[in-house]
Design a protein around this ligand. Sequence first.
Ligand code: SF4
Length: 328
Amino acid sequence: MDDTSVNMAGPSPGGESVSVAPRHPEKAHRPDQPVARKPPWIRVKAPGVGQWDETKAIIKDRKLVTVCEEAGCPNIGECWAKRHATFMIMGDICTRACAFCNVRTGLPRHLDESEPERVADAVAKLALAHVVITSVDRDDLADGGAAHFAKVIAAIRSLSPQTTIEVLTPDFLRKQGALETVVAARPDVFNHNLETVPSKYLTVRPGARYFHSVRLLQRVKELDAGMFTKSGIMVGLGEERNEVLQLMDDLRSADVDFLTIGQYLQPTKKHHPVMAFIPPEEFAAYASIARAKGFLLVSASPLTRSSHHAGEDFARLKAAREQSRNPA
Ligand code: SF4
């Protein structure tokens, strides 16, 4: 899966896969990495409160997959209590094997043509004002799953025309025309996460190419200058501060509007270790530097994830663009 600045607090609490194969076969023989104890500033709400049960039932009844569960997102207690969920389309098996990600890896199943309608039905039932749709990487498909993304967008638009739609896509590496297909479906926000700084790609995100991902975001703006673009990274993977600042400049060169920065959390002892827990004040410093570099919106905190508070952030993003065009 290519998202994660929605990452990874622990094994999936509710994955529905029936496979008995190891969740990450490619990691099974790796040496164990000690899982560091979380600092006091990383505290999350327990699942099960508010409208949690209703959210869960709506998702399960429609046999949908969420990144909230598959990635073991630490915010699931808070988000599901408010009926917010992020749908992960095209199955629960990813063709990449990123070192930080808890989504199951292996050979995916066939695309389910009924999924767009089921997602749209859940969005309507949850009465979402803003929805985030992400996916596993589908390198096995000729278009990387772009047409399926477009069908999901169309199905949501048809059932819930007022709902704004944010896509969080894979990188569509070597999938000619895929990006154009998704942009033509007119999501309101196009998000693609860089995940980490370029020096960490070989160990953290080996199947991806940093400059391809930056270029993908730049190309969205070339295709549709009005579309909001967004990207996210995790910190605590061993990156240098200056590398993060350089990454911010790279994203601004690609005209990216919105940057999210969150703390990496290690899902299992087979995953990349946490190299540092970044204190909240360092996140605040990153946020103010990023704002100074010209992002319309920045969200940076230990528990920031791509889709956390995405609806509220979309409203702020629109207001920030308005303000930048018509300063008082
Ligand atoms: S932050 Fe995103 S992925 Fe995590 S629980 Fe909330 S909606 Fe789901």
